[in-house]
Write a protein that binds this ligand. Structure first.
Ligand code: ATP
Length: 290
């Protein structure tokens, strides 16, 4: 089986600054680092590190070839990442010594995914494969519909949250992954609690409190307490969780088994600084004493 990820790819630029610039201020940075980013790319890397076959569907500009190379180095298939003329999606991140940051996000090529590109990619998918999306690209509903028609299981991580985007997708989903805040926002927008949503399986991640899981086929809900670790940087915890949970399901695990594996991976992730580059490998996740 395989995972198909319609996902964002960002070229993140992190500038170390003495303090965050004020309006009108010009400020020299002391350091610049380039990172592969985007929730989509992070999820692909996490699923690949968890041992899954991952096909990324996305788009970058002429300036983003290195991001595609980085994804491929992590073991992700990039055949269906298109090169378009608009610049690669990127975040300009200024970080001061206290860790406080300021971010400008440019979606760029992530919004340029063509329906024909999706059709071409998903023509290679098999019934039972997984299709995952997050809210950082265009063409989500088209992809979900196409996925369903081809017998794929469709999963959505509703981040960054947008009530309209998730509402439009609800009829096409098999799995939905929300964090606690997103679950509340969705309840406010739809009047439906996670257990009442018209989606077979709903996972709500609760940060250091763990995970709540609802299965509408059985009517059951289950709580999973998080592994206790000393968190230093929670960036990418959600993306690591999603990539690992999908990889677990793709490898035939039950949902509780896949959730446990993903919670272990995410717990290790929060003990590390960084994003895609530090997502843990399956062996480390299995061997870690948590
Ligand atoms: P982010 O946006 O920071 O990537 P998120 O808000 O999407 O994350 P969270 O609910 O914060 O998602 O975290 C996802 C999972 O990661 C949690 O369900 C939990 O298993 C694990 N996790 C997050 N924070 C911690 C922590 N401090 N200790 C242990 N596990 C954690």
């Amino acid at each position: 089986m395989a995972i198909w990820n319609l996902g964002s790819i960002n070229a993140d630029m992190v500038y170390a600054v003495p303090h965050l610039p004020r309006p009108g201020e010009t400020l020299a940075a002391t350091e610049l680092s380039h990172f592969l980013g985007g929730k989509g790319a992070n999820m692909s890397v996490a699923a690949a590190r968890a041992g899954a076959t991952v096909h990324h569907i996305g788009a970058v500009g002429p300036d983003g070839r290195w991001t595609v190379g980085r994804l491929a180095d992590y073991g992700v298939d990039t055949e269906h990442v298109a090169q378009v003329t608009v610049p690669t999606g990127h975040a300009i991140i200024a970080v001061e010594e206290t860790g406080e940051n300021l971010i400008v996000l440019f979606p760029g090529a992530n919004q340029e995914i063509a329906v024909e590109q999706l059709e071409q990619a998903l023509a290679g998918a098999k019934a039972g494969d997984l299709l995952v999306m997050q809210n950082e690209t265009n063409a989500q509903v088209e992809a979900a519909q196409m996925g369903r028609e081809r017998g794929l299981k469709v999963c959505y991580a509703a981040a960054p949250f947008d009530a309209e985007a998730v509402s439009a997708l609800l009829p096409h989903l098999d799995f939905l992954i929300l964090n606690e805040v997103e679950a509340e926002q969705l309840q406010q927008a739809t009047g439906l609690a996670p257990s009442e949503l018209p989606v077979a399986q709903v996972i709500v991640t609760l940060g250091s409190k763990g995970v709540r899981y609802f299965d509408s086929d059985t009517g059951e809900s289950q709580e999973f307490p998080a592994y206790k670790v000393k968190a230093v940087d929670t960036t990418g915890a959600g993306d690591t969780f999603t990539g690992y949970v999908l990889a677990g399901m793709d490898q035939g695990m039950s949902m509780p088994q896949a959730i446990d594996l993903a919670m272990r991976a995410a717990a290790i992730m929060v003990t590390r600084h960084g994003t895609a580059d530090v997502i843990p490998l399956l062996d480390d996740v299995r061997q870690a004493r948590l």
